[in-house]
Design a protein around this ligand. Structure first.
Ligand SMILES: [Ca+2]
Ligand SMILES: [Ca+2]
Ligand SMILES: [Ca+2]
Ligand SMILES: [Ca+2]
Length: 590
């Protein structure tokens, strides 16, 4: 019944169903060349893009754009969380009704339902971090131009604005909005419809009243909405979702497996193909997109159209944003076009049908000691959010989705975690402890930028049991905003340091360092810290005294003595004094 309804209705379902035939899809995409798409789009996008540009032209922003802020400030401005918002139908066979909102951890795929289902369904989800609300458009036929304002804490749809009052429905062509993104700088909620003709609307959310107290229907003045066209149809060979990259303010989407980007203040609104490679299978259903604050792109995808299982893929875009000063954006984009190989990986699986995504996530840092210490996400390893300007061990932190193993010369990952092969920079060199030593002092560098006292903790596996115990912990407090400095940690081990059972055939044990962005009274070597921080793990090499050389020297000395004694004995013999030889032999043996 649901299927039949799609066929009689110009709904997202109809367009998306076309993807079920990849051959048809490929044909369609091939027929529309890139340049043609750009031109096609240009005709109308100027309307949409002109609105924010004109606004900015009259009143230039007084402070730095969110994109130019350091990661911690950017995370705050964008209200970044360890989760993203996902939405989808409770019943995967009925994609447009009974929408459930979730908070989803992209690393684990673990989801938490937020509030009750919305019976009429919604799509085009976007998060406004300034007003701390979600926007969406209703999926019901009668309500498809109804903007919904959703409380992200309760899932409650507390305002409904029927934009059919102000929009030309004939121009909309009975289409539905399925793509949504929010740009915090322009305050535009940009939604895409299922039609290739009337693609995108930009809605000026600064004019919307989101105060629940003023009533569900009182949404104030909605003006400044504008129509533009998308470069390709939404759904079939077109975009499934789009999102604003917090590193450059540009809007990105994935089409036919390739990454495209658009400048928010682009002169003509063209979309530019960024990636040279297909980043994701083009016959998958790539239903949602979002970013972390470092500019890594995430795609929520499913392999079947109606699937109760979703996959999260992460793509590295963070180091490819050369927004050059003094270069026009068009030239900048032209230089970027098809210039990047985008790589990524499947990071988690969600056991729910997720059809949209919104929000920004913070990125994480892990350690890299052997797994018995609790290192990987699966093992409950330590992690915290990355912002080197907040706190860092050393001065730098590299973000990662999970603990990393060293890279082998060929570029593949080693089979084991051993604390090596990373960019840990708190200690200049790996600590080395002589077997006869009874103490170790280290002086790692830390960097504290937060305006509060913080804890730094260190664990040394003294007994070599492959676990960091409380008794092996040393802690220090570092003053607020005190910048770069070294901190001393010492351990005494009168019985000597034991090699770790977790080390593979080497004489070493392990050291873990952790910094937190606040005081931790009982720091743990494992588990997530709900704040900024860093973990660095190091091997500690136990240097054995040159046992064999000592023996050799002793033997040599003995030989030498024996020889001297034998010579003396021979001489004694020659001189008839036997007792001298006997004494000399006894001395050499001793
Ligand atoms: Ca780390
Ligand atoms: Ca570091
Ligand atoms: Ca390490
Ligand atoms: Ca231990």
């Amino acid at each position: 019944m649901e299927h039949a309804r799609f066929l009689n209705d110009d709904r997202p379902g109809l367009v998306r169903q076309a993807r079920l035939c990849p051959r048809e899809l490929n044909k369609k995409v091939t027929m529309m060349s890139f340049s043609k798409r750009g031109k096609y789009f240009k005709q109308a996008i100027g309307v949409a893009i002109a609105v924010p540009i004109l606004g900015l032209g009259v009143v230039p922003p007084a402070s730095a754009a969110v994109w130019d802020l350091p990661p911690g400030d950017r995370a705050t401005q964008l209200d970044a969380k360890e989760y993203f918002f996902g939405s989808g139908p409770v019943d995967p066979s009925s994609q447009y009704t009974n929408t459930q909102l979730y908070r989803i951890n992209p690393l684990t795929g673990l989801r938490e339902s937020v509030g009750d289902v919305y019976a009429n369904g919604y799509d085009a989800l976007a998060y406004d971090p300034e007003r701390k609300v979600l926007y969406a458009f209703e999926s019901s036929s009668a309500g498809k131009y109804t903007l919904l304002i959703i409380d992200p804490n309760t899932g409650e749809v507390f305002k409904r604005a029927n934009l059919a009052d102000i929009w030309d429905e004939t121009y909309l062509g009975n289409n539905y909005f399925v793509l949504g993104s929010y740009n915090v700088e322009t305050q535009q909620y940009v939604v895409g419809s299922t039609s290739s003709r009337t693609g995108a609307y930009s809605i000026d959310m600064s004019r919307i009243d989101v105060n629940p107290a003023t009533g569900a229907d009182n949404y104030g003045v909605i003006s400044g909405t504008s129509i533009s066209e998308t470069p390709n149809g939404v759904g079939a060979g077109g975009q499934w979702d789009w999102a604003v990259n917090p590193r450059d303010g540009r809007t990105y989407y994935v089409d036919n497996g390739y990454v495209y980007l658009q400048g928010t203040s682009s002169e003509d609104g063209d979309w530019w193909q960024l990636s040279t490679n297909q980043v994701i299978r083009n016959d998958d259903y790539n239903k949602g997109m979002f970013f972390d604050i470092d500019g890594n792109l995430y795609i929520v995808s499913s392999r079947d159209w109606r699937s109760s299982r979703s996959e999260v893929y992460k793509y590295s875009l963070g180091d490819m944003i050369p927004r050059a000063d003094g270069v026009s954006e068009r030239d900048d984009l032209q230089a970027l076009q098809r210039s990047r190989t985008v790589s990524g990986e499947l990071i988690s699986v969600i056991s729910a049908p997720i059809t949209d995504a919104a929000g920004y996530v913070v990125s994480y840092d892990f350690g890299d000691a052997p797994r018995s210490y609790g290192t990987t996400l699966e093992d409950g390893g330590p992690y915290s959010f990355v912002d080197p300007s907040a706190v860092a061990l050393g001065t730098g932190i590299t973000a990662e989705a999970d603990a990393r193993r060293p890279l082998l010369p060929g570029g593949s990952e080693s089979g084991e975690y051993n604390g090596r092969g990373d960019t840990d920079d708190a200690l200049g060199t790996e600590p080395v402890v002589n077997e006869s030593a009874t103490s170790l002092t280290i002086a790692p560098t830390v960097d504290v930028g937060v305006a509060q006292e913080v804890t730094v903790a260190a664990w040394l596996d003294l007994d070599g049991d492959g676990v960091f115990e409380d008794s092996e912990r040393a802690t220090a407090r570092v003053p607020a905003s005190s910048g770069e400095q070294s901190v001393n940690f010492s351990w005494n081990f009168p019985e000597g340091l034991s090699p770790s059972a977790a080390a593979s055939g080497t004489e070493e044990t392990y050291l873990r360092l952790r910094i937190y962005d606040r005081v931790e009274l009982a720091p743990l070597p494992t588990g997530g810290h709900d704040g900024f921080g860093e973990t660095e793990d190091y091997p500690v090499v136990i240097e054995r005294n040159p046992v064999s050389n000592v023996n050799a020297a002793a033997s040599a000395a003995a030989d030498s003595n024996a020889n001297a004694a034998a010579v003396a004995a021979a001489r004694a013999d020659a001189s008839g004094t036997a007792s001298a030889a006997a004494d000399a032999t006894a001395e050499a043996a001793a």
